[in-house]
Every structure is written in structure tokens, then in C-alpha cells.
Design a binder for this molecule. Structure first.
Ligand code: RIB
Length: 301
């Protein structure tokens, strides 16, 4: 296996709206899409579509969404032995996409909240054989910390996407991650620093380096990305595309970055290609439905 993703899966309920309803108002949405999502599953799916072998450790509920989620993993070539079942609801995400292609997301963690350190122990041998561990914050925070400790103990690089932004995240317990990939909002929350200008973003990212992180990659949406490490900083400009739905673009970036990193070992190449892949994903609707395969994207790595 190339990559272990220890994280969430959600059922995305995407309403395409002209505007948000006012208090007490009912409005009609012109369109709707039901899809597979969740930051963990999305990142795993992007890497998988590009050709990586991905070990997915996650939990679904006992509701009507669970079988569909498992089938989605199977249809995309995942081994589902660590897609575990929990009594209760699966993770669900009502999403609202406006006419400018921007999204607002509510998550109900459901079964994702039950993914535990014991689940990591049960999959330990398979995780230890992976070249990269990828984490987000849609599962129990103690499980995230445990996964970081696991990666450190086994000498496996850990990539943490600190999303959704969590004010309780303890920087001291994530400092052993090799790669930290926040967006601007998450960066501001993690560091307590302003992120209005390019200089402020770089200064905040450097604070994470001071804490012990090796490489910080800040995703900047349509403006591209910034990579800082102990030696240098590099800015990647955004690609110009006609966006229809930006949901999951950050996940597309991270899944593609993980794939290219594991295949080439080259961070600069991984960011350059991930920047293009994320831009490509916003030209289609949905989350996982917007992620291209290697063939569609023209990637031969
Ligand atoms: O990043 C996009 C994802 O956030 C959606 O798929 C939704 O499920 C939430 O997890």
C-alpha cells in the first residue's frame, strides 16, 4: 500500500442555491446532488483515482447510507476491511453551493466520531507498511494525535490537513507531523496570527515551522498555494478556470499531492500538479464526482 488515510467519510447532500433562506423562510433550490464525501474519503479517492494504492481506515453507521459508502469504496478499487461499522448514523454533510460556486458546509460526524486509537491498533501492520499517513480533523481528535504518534514511532511521514478548523487543536501534539496543510482560516486559528496579506500568511506559516513541523503548505483556493520549510518559501499561482463548484477542491489538492509525493518523493512537483488538479476539480459539480482519473487528467506518474 502507498498511503493510509485515517479519517472521515460523509454522505454529501449538495443543494445548488440562488441564495441562502432568511430566518423562517422556505425557498426552492434549483438543483441537488447526493454524493460520497467526507474530507478523509475525498482525499483517499483523489489519490486512488490517480493510481495510488490507498488503505482507508474509517467508520460508517448502521443506516441506509452505510452500504452505499462501502460500495463506493469497492467500486473504486479500495479494500474495505478497515471500513468499520458503528451503530447509529453515518457522517452526513448538508452542503449549499451558491451561484458564484462557493460552498457552505455543515457536518454531522456520526460514526466518524467513533473511529478510535484501537481501530488504528487493529490495522497497525497494514498502516506500518504504508509510505504516508494522511489525516484530517473530522474524527475524534485523540485518534488524530494517536495516528501522529503511530507515524512517528514507525518512521512514516504524516500529513495533517487541520480541517475543519478546530480551536481545540493542540499545536504541541501535532508538531511531529512532516507536512501540515492548512487553508488561510485554519492557519489563522492555529497560530493566532493575522493572514490578510501574503507577508502575514508566510509569517504565520513560519510560526508552524518554529513549532517543529518540517513542511507547511498553505492552500489559498483560487490564488494557489504557498510552501515554506526551513530552507525556503515558494509561492504557486492559482490556475484560471471556470469554476462551477469548489466543494472538495482542498481535498483534491491533498489527495493529488499525496499521490505524486509518494510516487516521486518531490514536494515541488507534488504541489505544482496538485494545484492544477484542484483547479480542474472545480470545473465539475460535486466532491468525489469532480475528481479526475489519471487518464482524464493526463497524469503518467
Ligand atoms: O471538503 C469537502 C468535504 O467537507 C465534503 O465532502 C463534506 O463531506 C465535508 O467533509
Amino acid at each position: 500500500m502507498d498511503i493510509a488515510v485515517i479519517g472521515s467519510n460523509n454522505v454529501d447532500l449538495i443543494s445548488y442555491i440562488d441564495r441562502m433562506p432568511e430566518d423562517g423562510e422556505t425557498i426552492e433550490a434549483p438543483d441537488f446532488q447526493l454524493g460520497s464525501g467526507g474530507k478523509g474519503a475525498n482525499q483517499a479517492m483523489a489519490a486512488r483515482r490517480l493510481g495510488s494504492e490507498v488503505l482507508m481506515i474509517t467508520r460508517v453507521g448502521s443506516d441506509l447510507f452505510a452500504d452505499n459508502t462501502i460500495k463506493n469504496f469497492e467500486d473504486n478499487g479500495f479494500d474495505t476491511k478497515y471500513v468499520l461499522r458503528t451503530e447509529g448514523t453515518s457522517g452526513v454533510a448538508p452542503i449549499f453551493v451558491d451561484k458564484e460556486s462557493n460552498n457552505r458546509i455543515i457536518i454531522i460526524k456520526g460514526a466518524n466520531a467513533e473511529l478510535s486509537p484501537a481501530d488504528i491498533d487493529d490495522a497497525a501492520e497494514d498502516i506500518a507498511a504504508c509510505k504516508l499517513i494522511v489525516l484530517q480533523l473530522e474524527i475524534d481528535i485523540e485518534t488524530v494525535y494517536y495516528a501522529i504518534e503511530f507515524g512517528t514511532k514507525h518512521g512514516i511521514p504524516v500529513l495533517l490537513n487541520p480541517a475543519p478548523a478546530d480551536p481545540n487543536l493542540d499545536l504541541d501534539r501535532v508538531k511531529d507531523c512532516t507536512y501540515l496543510m492548512p487553508n488561510e482560516t485554519e492557519l489563522a486559528l492555529l497560530t493566532g496570527m493575522p493572514v490578510e496579506s501574503e507577508e502575514e500568511i508566510e509569517a504565520a506559516a513560519r510560526k508552524l515551522l518554529d513549532a517543529g513541523i518540517k513542511d507547511v503548505i498553505v492552500t489559498l483556493g483560487s490564488r494557489g498555494a504557498l510552501w515554506v520549510n526551513g530552507e525556503a518559501a515558494k509561492r504557486y499561482q492559482g490556475e484560471k478556470v471556470d469554476a462551477v463548484d469548489t466543494t472538495g477542491a482542498g481535498d483534491a489538492f491533498i489527495g493529488c499531492f499525496s499521490h505524486v509525493l509518494v510516487q516521486t518523493g518531490d514536494i515541488d512537483t507534488a504541489i505544482t500538479i496538485a494545484n492544477r488538479y484542484a483547479a480542474d476539480s472545480v470545473t465539475r459539480r460535486g466532491t468525489q464526482t469532480s475528481f479526475a482519473t489519471a487518464e482524464e487528467f493526463g497524469l503518467e506518474i
